[in-house]
Design a protein around this ligand. Structure first.
Ligand code: KG4
Ligand code: ZN
Length: 399
């Protein structure tokens, strides 16, 4: 099955084309085309993602990204197309709220032979609604024109499944792309999802069925990283910056006496709270009139240690409570070196029989390959969408 996937939930415009086969025991995914444009540089000056700007950028970039993905997949064949008037006006209606997209859309599809695609998977949520709508409307327009079924994807499911995937190095002969596989995942799978918008522990008892067993009561962990970074005058997105400062303290083996709280470490739930930790950093900075570069590094170091301690403690509680046999970590914050290292060490010491999956660095941040993986399993189940609505707060538990 060949899937074209579209991801526009936040500040990445991404389209992938993935050839997928297999089943829930063993599936293989060959990435035929993968194009991604990050808007990070554009949002930097606002210190965060600015939704109206994200929407405009997606609308501007979707057609060129599609073209690039199709070209890489060798599915871009020029051919004049006659689009019947009725079809044209139905598509114009779908795209009427996406200024700038309609014109590019028609210019492109009028000269492009419909590619051999079996399903179009698109992120329906969670994320920024104006941004999600652009991707959804684009998917609808393509689906109508190419007579291809649509599959609505929960972005967080994409993070979970891409964390379960591993790269196959024995490149197969049929395609030149890279091949991922998801094989023999042992249920229950526990997923720790850590991103700019989410911090949750999700249990998959049955394949593609989710239960949220813990979540943040206030800020998401990525949000806390970004806010602390801003307090330390570091550029957006702050996670990697805070992490870089913290690592210098570790590599130089420096000690210091900065201490920060570990909120909810000992309470009896699998929930998290990061607002208090962030506020503790704020008060600490307010109390200092002058702050040296070294002190900043010490704060970053202690902050990152506190985050890793809390994430580990809560995940450990959840592992014990659920008897999970697999742990996956997904979302942008799973790129964090210290968190990856902490989990790798603790898992081998304390839960040696539980398989740990952390995605390859290139799959941790938002991308369209993860949407294609989810799209494959959903399409296999004929979970085809008649209509798709953007849902900013879409939860994994609501499927
Ligand atoms: O999953 P993602 O790409 O987008 C959302 O769906 O939110 O996650 C982005 C978040 C940002 O808050 C960013 O600061 C954080 O992931 N992040 C990191 C690191 N790399 C990205 N946080 C800590 N350490 C990192 N190395
Ligand atoms: Zn994400």
């Amino acid at each position: 099955m060949r899937i074209l996937s579209i991801e526009t939930s936040c500040d990445e415009t991404a389209i992938a084309i993935v050839e997928a086969e297999g089943d829930e025991q063993h599936a293989e995914f060959t990435v035929l085309g993968n194009a991604l444009l990050s808007q990070i540089d554009i949002h930097k000056e606002y210190g965060g993602v600015f939704p109206a700007l994200a929407k405009r950028e997606h609308a501007k970039n979707l057609v060129p990204i599609l073209e690039a993905a199709l070209e890489e997949a060798e599915l871009l064949h020029e051919d004049m197309q006659v689009i019947p008037e009725e079809m044209r006006s139905a598509i114009a209606k779908i795209l009427e709220r996406e200024p700038g997209l309609e014109e590019q859309f028609f210019a492109f599809v009028s000269e492009c032979e419909p590619p051999a695609i079996d399903a179009i998977a698109v992120t329906a949520g969670p994320g920024l609604e104006p941004a999600l709508w652009v991707g959804i409307n684009f998917a609808k327009a393509l689906g109508l024109l190419w007579d291809t079924p649509l599959v609505a994807i929960n972005h967080m499911e994409g993070h979970i499944l891409s964390a379960l995937a591993s790269e196959r190095s024995d490149l197969n002969a049929r395609f030149q792309g890279r091949t991922l596989e998801i094989k023999d995942a042992q249920l229950p799978v526990l997923a720790l999802l850590i991103s700019g918008g989410h911090t949750e522990l999700v249990l998959m008892q049955e394949w593609l069925q989710y239960e949220i067993i813990g979540q943040t009561r206030d800020d998401a962990v990525g949000e806390a990283f970004d806010k602390v970074a801003r307090m330390l005058n570091l550029p957006y997105p702050g996670g990697p910056e805070v992490s870089r400062l913290a690592e210098t303290v570790r590599t130089e083996g420096r000690t210091h006496d900065i201490t920060l709280p570990r909120p909810m470490l000992h309470d009896a739930t699998c929930d998290f709270s990061f607002a208090g930790l962030k506020t503790a950093v704020l008060y600490m900075l307010k109390a200092k009139t002058d702050i040296t570069a070294k002190e900043k590094e010490h704060i970053a170091h202690e902050f990152e240690n506190a985050v890793a301690d809390v994430l580990w403690k809560k995940t450990s509680r959840a592992l014990t409570e659920t008897n999970a046999r697999t742990l996956v970590i997904g979302g942008g914050v799973s790129a964090n070196t210290h968190i990856r290292r902490t989990f790798a060490e603790k898992m081998s010491q304390e839960y040696p029989s539980v398989a740990l999956h952390i995605p390859a660095a290139s799959l941790t941040t938002d991308n369209a390959i993860m949407i294609a993986l989810a799209g494959f399993y959903r399409a296999r189940r004929e979970d085809v969408a008649k209509d798709i609505l953007a849902s900013g707060n879409l939860s994994l538990a609501s499927k």
